[in-house]
Structure formats: structure tokens, C-alpha cells
Design a protein around this ligand. Structure first.
Ligand code: ANZ
Ligand code: ZN
Length: 838
């Protein structure tokens, strides 16, 4: 046979699959349904290696599931709204729509070039009205159900560009383009009531046993359920029009270790005080500049301002605590106020050391440590209460309950639950997104666009010469009559967060009628997604929003599915070497060469720091574009390489040697396919190897352990190559073609037809493993009489007790030694021994 020519084969089989609509999912199929989904890409311009790896994994599973008798839904689409399109519009003067659609066309061609078994008839792009119009309908359904509301909320405002910035556009407190200090402005914005589902979303995590533990944990932390005590601190003397304020604590047990109270800079009392106190006003301004996001505050230095006020300890009216305004207290968590217990909270300890406040231990891990001093580290472990009056000797949990009971009995506090999760703000002051289908009328307020007027289509004639949202300055689009009273009114010019688009695309893939978002019965046939595969960067927001959206639809009776993704897999990244010049500049591989055993810059001859292996990224110039690689080696070699070497959850280092190895293996498979001898004869060892591989690869693919499946296939190929011609060998050749079909489908189709098989290997059933051939090697069993070794026998591993007993009793030596007597007792330890007690 000649060499396998991937360029020709790829083209031939891709055309055959297209023409035969091989991968079209049939809603009406009686087969068991299987929904395999990879996170859909943002159409940035070109497919990168991360996509190739992600989609190859999903593809192997999808093809495997088809071979094992499933009707498979494996769709693809485009997460097509978002800022990069607007940036391109500003920089290159192209319309975001044409930029996006061109990218989609280019990337689609690249995906097709890789031979993915996708149902392209279900392709969707979120930027098209037939998609976002249905999203608007769903938004209005949620609005009608009270799950959408409007409230004032702060945004990042760039005073030079006169535009709202996304958080990622704020770098060190400055606008990414203008460099101006970003201000916080309050705007009226739309919110989805995800907090209504906090409990459900948390509880639901326990049902997701096919999700990575770390993702479940991240979601749990994000939802952040905290149980504790909310109580009122009375001010010693009323101030700024307040008698006191509420605090929230998860550690009511530590009340006797309190040494101060602290309120947020945005707390009403702090705001009122700052009006009279210029120094406090300046302090607050400074804190806001550092940032008020939880992550920033965690790392920032703890700063406080002593208000001179004091509060009364609720468990001892003679005990006063000073009140600080502090930068580490967040306004939008709990009550925006805390009591500080330095001995048992690190932030409080840092703060107390800085402002010379008392530090008293109230929890001790052992009685001997009751008065052990606290050093630089707060004690947050378990123990018993000390120095705490009526709580002394109680456990932490017992003391918490005791303080809550006392507070509730005396009426100064209540046990409560506080959530970290906030409602989802979905308003974006951007053009390239789903228009929010609302009209603002001076008389009627916000009015839903009537459903028969959907979709609210984005106007095409917009310009990006001026910063800000073009929808805001588009008079004919913006100014409309109120659907309710007919008076002149204005369209909402904010668009939806693109996370809304990706919160339900998997439902639209399952069912996409023209006149509604989806057909419930059809969608429920496919959903939930059995296996979802994507990057861990979406472990929190995208997955949580999708879970919320699905539950919200369930609550309003639109679909009866609680969790959208039963199986989740987060794959590792594709990495590559980097090169750095002496001046710290990143170099691309073309700028570097090997000279006398060392790496140097081609132009200057300067030495290059040999590269660390890092995630492929443009900034580090270590990106390998899959396009030319696929052209050179063919789709199968690239796919094979993506699956080999590393476990799929770990990073995969791209290497020239790796892709060449994959290419050679594809050629070896091709030579094997051409080596049918047509002779008789059995080869038991090869049979066994083959059947174990059939079972093992199936197991590995189901578990997404692709690298293990690949290793087994290598071994099998080795064994076939070494085997003498036989009928077993011919059968193994025919079978390995089916086994590799999910991974290297083009080679497999080509080989399938070379072997004279009819139809497509993509449609062929997965080979069946013969259970008799799966039993591991034979084992040697000891035969004892009265505990003494008398003989041994060889039996297949796993032979059952009666069979082993019979074999032992049939041994010549045993028959001789027993002299015709029947043993009183027979003890059998399978795979080990048979002991005959005479
Ligand atoms: C006193 C105390 C003593 C606390 C102690 C902890 C340890 P989680 O678990 O995250 O819910 N806290 C409450 N509201 C806050 C706010 N708005 N900004 C910053 N910190 C706030 O944390 C709850 C704990 O975080 C609360 O319990 C409170 O400090 C603090 F030994 O109260 B604790
Ligand atoms: Zn009106």
C-alpha cells in the first residue's frame, strides 16, 4: 500500500459526512439519546489550540456514543456578542456585525477542516435576531414572573472617554484607553433575581456527582451561605441621627473577645459623619480609590478611622467598644458593620495591632492554652470557650447557639443566614449585545415590548467615532411611542450581559422552532446535557448563570429540568515553550535559533533565556496556529496528538516531536490496514489483547481518560505488528480500525473502505468484547491436604469455588494421598488455594 494521504482523505470523508448528513441528530429517533456539548467559542477570528483540544475530546466521546447505539446531539454555535467586536469597530472601522460574521465563517471552515462530528444544521449565533429575539421573549417571561427588576447600581465611569467601562477595562483604577481615574456612578440597571435561587443552587450541587469537586467547591464559595447572628449595637450616645447599628457575625461565640466595632465607609452613619468631618471624608475617598471589591480588600493594608463614638456591648452594659470606619468592611455584605475579635480573626488582628487595640483569647484548643498569648496569627480552630463568663467551657458550636438563644430571648439579635451571592446585574451600556426589550415612558414607567413586536433588532447604521453607546445617540431607533399609552417614549439602550446569551444556548440547540424559544417536549428529550466539556475559567459564572436560568425556566413552568449539565469536564490548557531576550522582551520562535548548542537571537546573536513552558498566549509569542499544522499533518495527526501524552484535565505541552509522532502512528495504522493476510489460524494471545483493548478503550473513553485509551491502542498496534499472520491477526486489524475511528476518523474511514467494508465506519457498531477473553491470565492455585502443600494447579483467574474444588479433587496426587476417603471439609480461597481437611 501507498502512504496515507491525509489531505486527500480528509477532504473525501468530510464531504461524505456532509452529504450524508451523518451527524444530524434525529429528534424522533427511538435510540437512547446522548447530548455531548463543548462550550461554544467566541468568534475572535481563528481557532486556537485550546479549541482544538476541547473539541477533539468532545468529538471522540460523541463518535464513540454513536458507535455504542446512541442518538447523539453534538452541536456547535457562536457566542457572538461582546466587546472585542466593538473594539475592532473602533480600531479598524468595520461594523461589529461584519467583523463577527467574517470570523464565524473563517472559524467554521477551520472546525470543518478538523472533521468534527457536528450537527451543523443546528448551528446558531447569538448575535442573530432569530436567537436574541427568543432571548428577549424569555427575558420578558422572567420579567412578568417578577424575576427581573430595576435598581440603582454603581458602574465604572471614564470621565475622559465619557463611557461606562467593564471591570476588565479598569486597570489599576484607570480607564484602559484614556488612562483617566475611573469614577463610580450610579445608574438604573436591570437585575435578575438569582438570589431567589441561592438555596436551590447550593443544594443542587450535591446532585452533581459527575462534576469536578473543585468546581462544585468554587460554586459553593461563590454562593457563600453563612449562618450566624445579626444583632444591634446601641450607641453610647446617639450620633448623626442614629441610635445604633446592626452587625452580622458568624462567630457569636467570640463576643467576649470583642475589642472594637467597625463600619464600612459607605455605611449610612459613616456617610453622615463624613459630611461634618473633612478628615473622615478624605479617609473615605482614599479607601474608595483603593477599591471596594472583596479581592482587592483582602490584600490591601487594613485602614481605620476612629470616629470617637462608642457602642455598648450587648452582654455587658458597662462595657464600651470604640467605633471605627474601616476599609475592610464591605457595604454590600451582611449589614456593612462588624464587631472585631482580634484573637480569632486575622483581619481584626492586623487591625488591632495597627491601632493598639486589646487582643484577648476566648477560644483555646486545650485547657493549658487558656491564656496562651496570640502572636501574629489569629486562632480560628476548634476548642472550648475561655475568659467568656457564662460561655466558659462550651464548645464553639455550643457557645454560638447559647449566644443566639440569649440574643433572641433578650430581643437584641436573631440567628440569620447571609449569602455572598448577589443578584445578577445584566445591563451593559454597549451596542453589540441583545437589546433589552423595554420601553421607558414618562407616564407608564418601564413597559415590556409586546411579544408580537419582537425581536427588537439592533440598528445597523451606527458609528463608533465617538465613545459611548451608539444606541444612545440613535434617534430613530431610540425614540418610539409607548406601547401602553402611545405617548412619546424611549427604548432601553442598555443591552444584556453576554452571559445571558450563553445561559440557554444548550436548550436552543436541542430545539429551535421559529416562533418560540424552544419546544418543551423536544428539549426535554435531549436535556440535560450528559457531558459538558470546557475551560475551568467558566467554573463559576457561566455555569452558575446557566444553572440559574434553567431553574428560573423551570419555576415559570417552561421546562422540567433542574440541572442543565449532569456531567462536566474541565480540560487543561495547551502550553508551549517561550523565549525571552536579555532585555525581557518575549521572542517568537522564528526570532530564535540554535547556535553551537545554545539559543540565540537570529539577528543579534544575543543569548536567549531558554523558554519556560506556558499557556499559549499572544503576549508571550508562543502561540502555535493550528491552521498550518492541520494542513501539513492532516486532521487525524493533530487530533491524535491532542489526546495523547497528558491526562485531559492537565496541561498539554505542544511539541514538534509530539505531532510528528502522531503522524507516524497514523501511517502505521494505515500500513496495518493494508496487511490483511487472509490466512487461517488462531492466536490466543492476540485475541486476548484485542478484547481487553476493546473493553479498556470503551471504559477509558467513557471516563474521558483519552490518554489511557491512546496508550492501549498503541500497545494493541504493537502487538498486531509483531504477530504472525493468522485469522486472529486479520480480525484484530479489522477491529482496530473501528477502535481508532473516534480519534482518527478520516484514516478509519479510508481503511474501512480499503478493507472492503460497506457504509461508514462512523456508523459501524463498537466492537463487542468477548467476556471469556477478558479474564486475566491464569493463576496457580496451591492444593493443600491438612494445611500441607501437596500439589498445584493452573486455572483461569476468577474460577469459582465449586470448580476449584472439583479440579483439586481430580488431581492425581490428591487422589493417591486421599486413598479413596472423602475429605471432611474443603476450604477454598479463590485464585489462591484449596485446602482439603481429611
Ligand atoms: C466577629 C468575628 C469574630 C468574625 C471572629 C469572624 C471571626 P463569612 O464567613 O465570609 O460570612 N463580616 C461580616 N460582615 C462583613 C462585611 N460587610 N465586611 C467585612 N467583613 C464582614 O464571614 C463573616 C464574618 O466576616 C463575620 O463574623 C464578620 O466578622 C465579618 F473571631 O464577626 B465576624
Ligand atoms: Zn406610556
Amino acid at each position: 500500500t501507498t502512504r496515507f494521504n491525509p489531505q486527500a482523505a480528509d477532504k473525501r470523508w468530510q464531504a461524505a459526512w456532509d452529504e450524508g448528513q451523518t451527524f444530524r441528530a434525529d429528534d424522533a429517533s427511538p435510540k437512547p439519546k446522548s447530548y455531548v456539548l463543548e462550550m461554544f467559542p467566541y468568534p475572535s477570528g481563528r481557532i486556537h489550540m485550546g479549541h482544538v483540544r476541547n473539541y477533539t475530546m468532545g468529538d471522540v466521546l460523541a463518535r464513540f456514543r454513536r458507535m455504542t447505539g446512541h442518538e447523539v446531539l453534538h452541536p456547535m454555535g457562536w457566542d457572538a456578542f461582546g466587546m472585542p467586536a466593538e473594539n475592532a469597530a473602533m480600531e479598524k472601522k468595520v461594523h461589529p456585525g461584519s467583523w463577527t460574521r467574517e470570523n464565524i465563517a473563517a472559524m467554521k471552515a477551520q472546525l470543518k477542516r478538523l472533521g468534527f462530528a457536528l450537527d451543523w444544521s443546528r448551528e446558531l449565533a447569538t448575535c442573530e435576531p432569530d436567537y436574541y429575539g427568543q432571548e428577549q421573549a424569555l427575558f420578558l417571561d422572567l420579567y412578568a414572573a417578577g424575576l427581573v427588576y430595576r435598581k440603582e447600581s454603581a458602574v465604572n465611569w471614564d470621565p475622559v472617554d465619557m463611557t461606562v467601562l467593564a471591570n476588565e477595562q479598569v486597570i489599576d483604577g484607570r480607564g484602559w484607553r484614556s488612562g483617566a481615574l475611573v469614577e463610580r456612578r450610579k445608574l438604573s440597571q436591570w437585575f435578575l433575581k438569582i438570589t431567589d435561587f441561592a438555596d436551590e443552587l447550593l443544594e443542587g450541587l450535591s446532585t452533581l456527582d459527575q462534576w469536578p469537586e473543585k468546581v462544585r467547591l468554587m460554586q459553593e464559595n461563590w454562593i457563600g451561605k453563612s449562618q450566624g447572628l445579626r444583632f444591634t449595637f446601641k450607641l453610647d450616645a446617639p450620633a448623626a441621627g442614629h441610635d445604633g447599628f446592626d452587625v452580622f457575625t458568624t462567630r457569636p461565640d467570640t463576643m467576649f473577645g470583642a475589642s472594637f466595632a467597625a463600619i464600612s465607609v459607605d455605611h449610612p452613619i459613616a456617610l453622615a459623619l463624613a459630611e461634618q468631618d473633612a478628615r473622615l471624608a478624605a479617609f473615605s475617598e482614599e479607601c474608595r480609590r483603593i477599591g471596594t471589591a472583596a479581592a482587592e480588600i483582602e490584600t490591601a493594608e487594613k485602614l481605620g478611622y476612629d470616629t470617637g463614638l462608642s457602642v455598648i456591648h450587648p452582654l455587658d452594659p458597662t462595657w464600651k467598644l470604640p467605633v471605627f470606619v474601616a476599609n475592610f468592611v464591605l457595604m454590600d455584605y451582611g449589614t456593612g458593620a462588624v464587631f472585631g475579635c482580634p484573637a480569632h480573626d486575622q483581619r481584626d488582628l492586623d487591625f488591632a495591632r495597627k491601632y493598639a487595640l486589646p487582643v484577648e483569647r476566648v477560644v483555646a484548643p486545650s485547657p493549658e492554652e487558656a491564656d496562651a498569648p496570640i502572636g501574629d496569627e489569629a486562632y480560628t480552630g476548634p476548642g472550648r470557650l475561655v475568659n467568656s463568663r457564662f460561655l466558659d467551657g462550651m464548645s464553639v458550636e455550643g457557645a454560638k447557639a447559647a449566644v443566639i438563644a440569649r440574643a433572641e430571648g433578650e430581643g437584641w439579635g436573631r440567628g440569620t443566614t447571609v449569602w455572598r451571592l448577589r443578584d445578577w446585574g445584566v445591563s451593559r451600556q454597549r451596542y453589540w449585545g441583545t437589546p433589552i426589550p423595554i420601553i421607558h415612558c414618562d407616564a407608564c414607567g418601564p413597559v415590556a415590548v409586546p411579544k408580537d413586536q419582537l425581536p427588537v433588532v439592533l440598528p445597523e447604521d451606527v458609528s463608533f467615532d465617538v465613545p459611548g453607546n451608539p444606541l444612545d445617540r440613535h434617534p430613530t431607533w431610540k425614540n418610539v411611542d409607548c406601547p401602553s399609552c402611545g405617548a412619546p417614549a424611549r427604548r432601553e439602550t442598555d443591552t444584556l450581559d453576554t452571559f445571558v446569551d450563553s445561559s440557554w444556548y444548550f436548550i436552543r440547540f436541542a430545539s429551535a422552532p421559529k416562533d418560540k424559544p424552544f419546544d418543551r417536549a423536544v428539549a426535554e428529550q435531549w436535556l440535560p446535557v450528559g457531558q459538558y466539556i470546557g475551560g475551568v475559567e467558566h467554573a463559576i459564572l457561566h455555569l452558575l448563570y446557566s444553572r440559574f436560568w434553567t431553574r428560573a425556566l423551570k419555576r415559570i413552568g417552561r421546562i422540567d429540568i433542574a440541572e442543565p449539565f449532569t456531567g462536566l469536564f474541565t480540560q487543561g490548557m495547551v502550553t508551549h515553550e517561550t523565549y525571552k531576550a536579555p532585555d525581557g522582551r518575549w521572542l517568537s520562535p522564528e526570532e530564535v535559533e540554535n547556535r553551537d548548542g545554545g539559543l540565540v537571537i537570529v539577528e543579534t546573536g544575543e543569548a536567549v533565556t531558554p523558554g519556560r513552558v506556558e499557556k499559549m498566549s499572544k503576549s508571550k509569542k508562543n502561540v502555535v496556529d493550528p491552521g498550518p499544522i492541520v494542513d501539513q499533518y492532516g486532521a487525524d495527526a493533530v487530533r491524535w496528538f491532542m489526546l495523547s501524552d497528558s491526562p485531559p484535565e492537565r496541561d498539554l505541552a505542544w511539541s514538534e516531536a509530539g505531532i510528528e509522532g502522531a503522524w507516524r502512528f497514523v501511517q502505521r495504522l494505515w500500513r496495518l490496514a493494508g496487511s490483511i493476510a487472509g490466512v487461517e489460524g488462531e492466536d490466543r494471545d492476540l485475541d486476548r489483547k484485542l478484547h481487553r483493548t476493546i473493553a479498556g478503550v470503551a471504559e477509558d473513553v467513557e471516563a474521558l481518560s483519552f490518554n489511557k485509551a491512546v496508550a492501549k491502542l498503541y500497545e494493541l498496534a504493537n502487538a498486531i505488528e509483531k504477530a504472525q499472520p493468522s485469522a486472529s491477526r486479520d480480525f484484530a486489524v479489522r477491529t482496530i480500525v473501528r477502535l481508532v475511528a473516534p480519534m482518527v476518523p478520516h484514516l478509519a474511514e479510508e481503511a474501512w473502505s480499503l478493507l472492503g467494508e460497506t457504509g461508514l465506519v462512523a456508523d459501524a457498531p463498537w466492537p463487542e468484547a468477548d467476556p471469556a477473553l477478558l479474564v486475566d491470565d491464569e493463576v496457580t492455585i496451591a492444593i493443600q491436604i491438612n494445611g500441607k502443600l501437596r500439589d498445584t494447579l493452573v486455572a483461569p483467574k476468577g474460577t469459582d469455588r465449586p470448580a476449584l474444588e472439583a479440579l483439586a479433587l481430580g488431581s492425581d496426587k490428591v487422589i493417591r494421598l486421599l486413598e479413596g476417603k472423602t475429605p471432611k471439609k474443603v476450604i477454598v480461597v479463590p485464585d489462591r488455594l484449596v485446602n482439603l481437611v481429611a
